[in-house]
Ligand binder design. Sequence first.
Ligand code: GDP
Length: 365
Amino acid sequence: MEHPENDKAYKGLTVNSGVTSQPCVNPYRRPRSTRRPQLTVSDYVEGILKGNVSVLGQAVTLVESLADHHQALAQEVIEKCLPYSGNSRRIGITGVPGAGKSTSIDAFGLHVINQGHKLAVLAIDPSSERSRGSILGDKTRMEKLSLEKDAFIRPSPSAGSLGGVARKTRETIVLCEAAGYDTIFVETVGVGQSETAVHSMVDFFLLIQLAGTGDELQGIKRGIMEMADGIAINKADGDNIDRANLAAAQFRNALHLFPPTPSKWRPEVITYSGYYEIGIDKVWDMIDRYFDYVKKTGFFEKKRNEQAKYWMIETINEQLRNNFYNTPEVKALLEQKELRVLNNEQSSFTAAKDVLDFYFDSLRK
Ligand code: GDP
């Protein structure tokens, strides 16, 4: 077809029809496959134990995959990595959007790496989807850290049930530890349920707060404050220093009213500036003190054991729920029962009992 720009109305340039591409010089050449060869369990495990970042990344992708055969492979890799995991400091970091989490993680992360550690930054954000907007743990948010070879940054597994997303993050911790990362940050947005999930997989929980926005307990639920082992008040720089100190005093007072934490550790409140890197070492000293303390009292081990138990039960719950809701006959019966309940033909309780009875009967067969 004649090119439209060759019309008389267009003056100047003409567009020539292209030449056909040259025949292939080597008729035996096969285009190189762009798919990576599937690694075996021992490829994954060896790669991870050697600290190979690319293999670690692929293993995490496997953990995050929803495909059954990937899941089976992932579980084998995790089992094999388990004996090499556990030797790290796991630190949860939360705060409302804008509190300065990514700026602070950048600064804290560099501090940790400069002390000779290897750092993995993971995230739990059940609302996030890979394709959309900014994501917790995204490399682009942590400009300095993303250039460090000793930092492994991974965004939140994409949207799914909180339980599922959290389990994947916990499994990723195992892989990162086996790969030699001795400091793990798990980031989350301080607005909801995900804090409980993060709390159940970290040793220390840091709440990042702001001063000078009027309401000093900005949107942070009491429950989240109760979980915190430390509160770090960010943006204590420039005109904001006095307000940050005032907020720190208010938080210290508020913390006095809370019941003692299970570790008997008294949560500390520290002011700092993530952006200007002022007081990063103060925050880190607090975290060091905490680890010294819980290792001495034995609380460190106790909490890790409780978490292991919690995750076993959580995994069972999740698998049971998935199995139940993904059984086609159960799905069909549920739909029928829903209609009956909506039409007041059956009570919610007898309908639930009928569906459960049907499910348990089908298991016995
Ligand atoms: P996030 O949403 O919690 O990850 O917050 P960000 O790290 O993206 O920070 C939100 C905004 O606060 C950005 O514009 C930062 O530049 C700014 N910010 C972060 N930390 C500081 C700080 O220590 N001091 C000041 N003045 N601004 C900061």
